[in-house]
Design a binder for this molecule. Structure first.
Ligand code: ASP
Length: 439
């Protein structure tokens, strides 16, 4: 049994947190490959080391003195080393990094040192090998992840290594410079490592006990999600339910490896299992609810629209030309509504309206703003009759007007559009019928 374990920044923010991580890893021999983030926040007002590095580098490239900022970073690591009682020094590494900053080695290089140095400490603490991600994770000339080269070289290296720490977040370009994934990218490294060694499980350790059915800022103490499929997760994540980096799904999903989201501060909590498919019956009809505000609707009306060939294409062409993607497009016989991100749309509003008039000669166009979309997601909906009926009855009882409905043919989700002012109340009443009252 092989488990790849990734620890987020808050799990490795201090010596105290390192000790918890050490205990977790030592509790199971299968936890052989460890992917650390850089030290994160120790308390809500604290700064992540990654942000300290970006700031420090930005000062350095301007040719200004960055000693104070650099010392702050050194101090974070030295505190961890002394708190763990380790007999090691990173002074030589700090000196190399300092001269690379002066030599303008790049912002990605700067940020990557957060994970690199934390990996060095963690490897010494666990007595595991240290594998520099620059030697095993590769990007193409175009800057996209090179799955083929990485799979081959990393796979081979791991096959000959019993236990290792591989820092998250970065890899190398064909010209040997360092490149990082986007923020939160250590999740992606963990997934790549899991896939390269054919792990049985990818454990992603963070500071929450997995996904919750609804946003805790709206629902007090929502129930956790024990098992979720990749497809369900994608729907919820798109609507803002974020614990994992979006790109971290693909490598493990392709290899059929499940992910277990776990809490470093509560290691006995089961967390959330993310799986390809499951015969496990969901606890509730719905798996989760997530939503976002900030949408606008463009309503287009034209008599005999249904008979006009290519109408939809001409409408979408206008959006495409203006670089605007649409979210949903519910339509009637003579009406079509297009839901877009308000902020993007506002910047191009007049060009889009003029383009639509030119392209499709509508009778009227009107715009509604401040719409919220709520996704009610669940594999259990397919086998349950009346899910939509219950949602709309509950919303009606709470005097919430539904402005749009979209249910995909997969029956995995129902999207509901409501006024932004009704967003929290709508989420709450949907949560209540399915979870609180289990109807
Ligand atoms: N340290 C990086 C960040 O703060 C990457 C990560 O933590 O996954 O974004």
């Amino acid at each position: 049994m092989i488990k790849v374990v990734k620890f987020g920044g808050s799990s490795l923010a201090s010596a105290e947190q390192f000790k918890k991580v050490g205990e977790i890893i030592r509790a199971e021999e299968s936890r052989r490959y460890v992917v650390p983030s850089a030290p994160g926040k120790r308390s809500p007002g604290d700064t992540k080391v990654t942000d300290m590095l970006y700031k420090c580098y930005d000062i350095a490239v301007k040719g200004n003195d960055f000693t104070t900022e650099f010392d702050g970073i050194k101090q974070r690591y030295n505190e961890i080393i002394s708190g763990l009682g380790l007999d090691m020094s990173l002074e030589k590494e700090f000196e190399i990094i300092r001269s690379c900053f002066i030599g303008k080695a790049g912002r990605d290089y700067a940020a990557s040192r957060g994970e690199y140095l934390n990996g060095k400490i963690l490897a010494a603490y666990l007595k595991y090998d240290f594998i520099d991600a620059a030697d095993v994770i590769f990007f193409t000339e175009q800057g996209t992840f090179d799955a083929e080269k990485t799979g081959k070289i990393l796979g081979e290296r791991l096959a000959h290594t019993d236990c290792a720490v591989i820092p998250g977040f970065y890899g190398s370009m064909p010209n040997d410079t360092i490149k990082t994934f986007s923020r939160g990218g250590s999740d992606v490294t963990g997934s790549i490592v899991a896939s390269a060694c054919n792990a049985d499980l990818y454990e992603n350790w963070t500071d929450v006990s997995g996904f919750l059915i609804a946003d805790p800022r709206i629902i007090k103490d929502p129930e956790p999600i024990t098992t979720i499929t990749y497809k369900e997760l994608r729907e919820l994540a798109y609507m803002g339910a974020g614990v994992l980096h979006e790109d971290s799904i693909f490598p493990v999903r392709k290899a059929g490896i499940p992910i277990n989201i776990k809490n470093t501060n509560a290691p006995d909590d089961p967390g959330t299992m993310i799986v390809e498919s499951t015969s496990q019956k969901p606890r509730f009809t719905i798996t989760g609810i997530a939503g976002k505000t900030g949408f606008a609707v463009i309503n287009i009306e034209k008599d005999m629209m249904n008979a006009e060939l290519g109408f939809g294409r001409r409408v979408l062409e206008v959006l495409e030309k203006n670089g605007i993607s649409f979210e949903h497009m519910p339509s009637g016989i003579d009406t079509m509504s297009i839901i877009v991100h308000q902020e993007e749309f506002e910047k191009k509003e007049q060009e889009i309206l003029a383009g639509l008039h030119r392209n499709v000669h509508p009778d009227t166009i009107d715009i509604e703003t401040d719409l919220a979309l709520i996704a009610v997601v669940g594999r259990g909906m397919k086998s349950t009759r009346g899910t939509a009926g219950r949602i709309f009855a509950a919303l009606a009882h709470s005097h919430i007007n539904v402005k749009m409905i979209d249910q995909g043919s997969s029956e995995l989700n129902i999207i509901i559009g409501v006024d932004e002012k009704d967003f929290a109340a709508a989420t709450k009443c949907i949560y209540d019928i399915f979870v609180t009252f289990q109807l």
